[in-house]
Design a protein around this ligand. Structure first.
Ligand code: AMP
Ligand code: ZN
Length: 151
């Protein structure tokens, strides 16, 4: 069992510790998955590392790998149970990005039949037709070069 940091005031750390109940879907020594208490659709699930890390950019690579390792099997199981054939993987980092719980998590959100890029799920939100911009190729080369140096 790896050693991981915890925060006694964190909601998801309390779920990991069994102090707050959850509808568990999967658990291993690094990762826990459970149903979201405020689902966008039936089967909406969260995948969290057992360690307390606020955002994905702070997660050790082994724990990030462990989170994503289970996503294919878990998403197949969720879609099978929910009768969905499409799903979104959503992940918010920081308050400005819409993160409400400061313990990193992946959202697996099945899209039920009838849902589409433009249509909300059963009136619960998540339309997906976000307004996109256009890449500025003159600036993009320099930006990509800078990012490559930072990785
Ligand atoms: P985010 O906005 O990405 O931080 O998402 C936080 C998610 O945690 C929301 O979808 C909440 O519905 C969910 N959530 C909050 N409390 C609980 C809980 N006790 N059990 C399961 N999910 C929760
Ligand atoms: Zn935590």
């Amino acid at each position: 069992m790896p050693d991981y940091p915890t925060d006694p005031d964190c909601l998801f750390c309390k779920i990991v510790a069994g102090e707050i109940p959850c509808h568990k879907l999967y658990e291993d020594d690094r990762v826990l998955s459970f149903l979201d208490i405020g689902p966008l659709s039936a089967g909406h699930a969260l995948v969290i590392p057992k360690g307390h890390y606020e955002t994905i950019d702070r997660v050790p690579a082994e724990d990030a790998a462990a989170m994503f390792r289970i996503v294919p099997a878990l998403s197949r199981a969720i879609m099978r149970a929910a009768g969905a054939s499409a799903w979104n993987l959503l992940q918010n980092n920081g308050e400005a990005a819409g993160q409400a719980v400061g313990h990193v998590h992946l959202h697996i959100i099945p899209r039920p039949a009838g849902s589409s890029r433009d249509a909300p799920i059963e009136g619960n939100g998540l339309p997906f037709n976000w307004p996109t911009g256009e890449i500025d190729h003159k600036k993009a080369g320099g930006l990509a070069e800078t990012i490559r140096q930072y990785v």
